[in-house]
Structures are given as structure tokens and as C-alpha cells.
Design a protein around this ligand. Structure first.
Ligand code: THU
Length: 139
């Protein structure tokens, strides 16, 4: 799938964002290695800490569908009713959730219809914590 198409699907999902408190809407489109795409949007809550980001909604939905291997995610965010902002990048908690399922090469696309920037997860979360750190190392 082309990067432009994945960004377009994220932009579509952003329209469903539930963000009455921040007024900031985010959409995500997660490409699995089987070629399927799972979308997510941010879902806020009156108890602010219960808010879930668009990326984590997409990952949770995909995992619930039995998918565990992923190639790329497109994420777009901006003020409600405004075009997506090029300076948007995934938050730290979402980077950590990506790390749970994805290797350094996993591609993270940000931007909008006019400009797309591609990062790798390795760039966005260098020296991150993962289950590797908990593997038994003693003989
Ligand atoms: N948000 C996301 O959906 N993804 C991110 O990576 C950063 C922040 C949402 C959470 C909240 O609903 C709004 O953006 C403002 O923080």
C-alpha cells in the first residue's frame, strides 16, 4: 500500500475522533503484514486520564482481530476542523506500545495530504524498553 493511501485512511479515521475536551483530533491507520489496515481515532473521557490515543486504539483493535505483525502506521493530528498539522508526532506512551509489537524498522508516517514524513520506530524510540530486557541472561 502507498504511503499516501495510508495517510488518507488515517485522515478519514480522524473525522470520528471524540475530543470534546482538548479539541485536538487524531486519526491513525495501521498496516499489518497481511496487508490489512486497522484504523483508530482518539477517544477522550471526562476523567481525562481515561483518554486513549488514536494509535493505541488502532493497535488494540488490530490485536483483538488476531494481528501481531505490522509494517507501518500513519498518524495525523490537528485542531478540530483544521487540516492535519505537519508538526504532529506520536506521544511517548504510543511509541512504547508500538515497541511491544514492532521492530526498529517499523515505519511511522506523519504529515498530511501535502507533505508526508517517514520515521522509523528506532528513530522515534531509541534505546527503548522491551521484553528483551527481561529475558533470562543467567546460565
Ligand atoms: N493524542 C493522540 O491521539 N495521539 C498522540 O500520539 C498524541 C495525543 C490525543 C490524545 C488527546 O485526545 C489529544 O490528542 C490531545 O492530547
Amino acid at each position: 500500500m502507498k504511503d499516501e493511501e495510508l495517510i488518507r485512511l488515517a485522515d478519514e479515521a480522524r473525522k470520528n475522533a471524540y475530543a470534546p475536551y482538548s479539541g485536538y483530533t487524531v486519526g491513525a491507520a495501521l498496516l499489518a503484514s497481511d496487508g490489512s489496515v486497522t484504523v483508530g481515532c482518539n477517544v477522550e473521557n471526562a476523567s481525562y486520564g481515561a483518554t486513549v490515543c488514536a494509535e493505541r486504539v488502532a493497535f488494540s483493535r488490530a490485536v483483538a482481530d488476531g494481528k501481531h505483525e505490522f509494517l507501518a502506521i500513519a498518524v495525523v493530528g490537528g485542531r478540530c476542523g483544521q487540516p492535519a498539522e505537519t508538526r504532529f508526532h506520536p506521544c511517548g506512551i504510543c511509541r512504547q506500545v508500538m515497541r511491544e509489537f514492532c521492530r526498529d524498522e517499523f515505519r511511522v508516517l506523519v504529515g498530511n495530504g501535502e507533505e508526508i514524513v517517514c520515521h522509523t520506530l528506532g528513530e522515534l524510540l531509541p534505546a527503548g524498553f522491551s521484553s528483551d530486557a527481561m529475558k533470562e541472561t543467567r546460565p
